[in-house]
Design a protein around this ligand. Structure first.
Ligand SMILES: *Cc1c(COP(=O)(O)O)cnc(C)c1O
Length: 381
């Protein structure tokens, strides 16, 4: 293996490779923003909001500073308040739960389905109380949650649904894009996401015009007209440079998504029959967009070390499920209550996944994973 001085020959993601593939357009977009000094709001931000709304099939798009703010802003606009309970899946990035607390409400965790790793809709009713106001399903790793079942439960209990689409740009459930099932949906354009800026960026989409206005108002100091502050809000905005960069990248997103799908298929073909490895499973009627390609293995840490020795970078998404994080110690979560999330936190391993991954790299990663499995099986005997 031809290791570089960093010891990494296959990185987990390669943002520079992506930049090089569209360098001319990105450089021109950045120059155009600088030339017109449209750094805050302005035409580039408006154009991206329109382009993104169109790409995901949403009537309204409100851009903001990042995907975490997007969740917070959506909940504030839905008038979440102290005493309310909001249900989130036990496995996600911390943003999904910390913003519930930030908005004044109480976080309630629901376990995940062991097949798709998304919220287990069959367990939702067991955590709903008279204080529950909403559910935030997360399309984890790029696979849509079971939105049919989630919306059914939400409707029966008169709850709102905000879809956390931070990892799922262009994913589909029953032939419809995610983001259109709940009252609102949030996106992150963190650099490593499927559509990533060159800094922080986020957006919220909705079909509800009044809600879109409240969200925009809250994100802009409580007023849409300069100097008019109808409510107290926050300052959370997408800047012109990021918007212009995102508009360029958005045009490539369908092709990049297709490539991620090819890579996932190649990995799965190579790894599916290796004993000890569980490859990701895609449930019926879902289009997975492979933000992450996550395998499971009982000896995950040893497998990760084995790959690292061969210069292959991996990641844990996530090493600890939300209920077991130190910040939620007060909830005294028990492993028995979250068997799905517990199994995943102990066994998950994310392999390199980005559109520019070359065939020989996919082959090298697959071969390295394969070469671990037999010896692990022997050790287990
Ligand atoms: C990345 C991410 C977020 C937060 O996005 P930022 O832009 O980093 O604030 C929220 N939810 C999930 C599931 C994410 O993966």
């Amino acid at each position: 293996m031809n290791n570089t001085s960093s010891g990494v020959s296959i990185p987990f993601v390669d943002l520079y490779a992506q930049y090089l593939s569209i360098k001319g357009e990105i450089d021109a977009a950045i120059a155009a923003v600088i030339t017109s000094s449209s750094f805050i709001r302005g035409p580039f931000v408006e154009e991206f909001e329109q382009d993104f709304a169109k790409a995901v099939g949403a009537p309204h798009c409100v851009s903001c500073a990042n995907g975490t703010d997007a969740l917070y802003i959506a909940m504030k606009a839905l008038r979440v308040r102290a005493g309310d309970e909001v249900i989130v899946p036990a496995m996600s990035w911390i943003s999904t739960s910390e913003t519930v607390t930030q908005s004044g409400a109480t976080v309630v965790f629901c376990d995940i389905d062991p097949l798709t790793y998304t919220i287990d809709a069959t367990k939702l009713e067991s955590v709903i109380t008279s204080r529950t106001v909403g559910i935030i399903p997360v399309h984890l790793y790029g696979q849509p949650a079971d939105m049919g079942a989630v919306i059914d439960v939400a409707e029966r209990h008169a709850l709102w649904v905000i879809e956390d689409c931070a990892q799922a740009h262009l994913a589909e459930f029953r032939g419809r894009q995610v983001g259109g099932f709940g009252v609102a949906a949030t996106f992150s354009f963190y650099p490593g996401k499927n559509l990533g800026a060159m800094g922080d960026a986020g957006a919220i989409i909705t079909a509800d015009r009044a809600l879109a206005e409240r969200m925009a108002m809250f994100a802009r100091h409580g007023g849409l007209v300069k100097g008019e502050h109808r409510i107290e809000g926050v300052n959370s905005r997408l800047d012109g440079l990021q918007a212009a960069i995102l508009s360029v990248k958005l045009r490539y997103l369908p092709a990049w998504t297709k490539r991620r799908d090819e890579i996932a298929r190649r990995y799965s073909e190579r790894l599916a029959n290796i004993s000890g490895i569980v490859v990701p499973r895609v449930a019926e009627e879902r289009k997975h967009v492979w933000h992450l390609y996550v395998i499971c293995h009982d000896q995950r840490d040893a497998l990760a070390a084995h790959l690292k020795e061969q210069g292959i970078q991996t990641q844990l998404n996530y090493p600890r499920a939300l209920p077991f994080l130190p910040c939620y110690r007060r909830l005294e979560a028990q492993v028995e209550d979250f068997p799905g999330a517990d199994a995943l936190q102990r066994r998950c391993l994310s392999l390199p996944m980005f559109a520019e991954l070359a065939e020989r790299q996919i082959e090298a990663v697959s071969a390295a994973v394969s070469s671990f499995a037999p010896s692990a099986a022997q050790r287990a005997c």
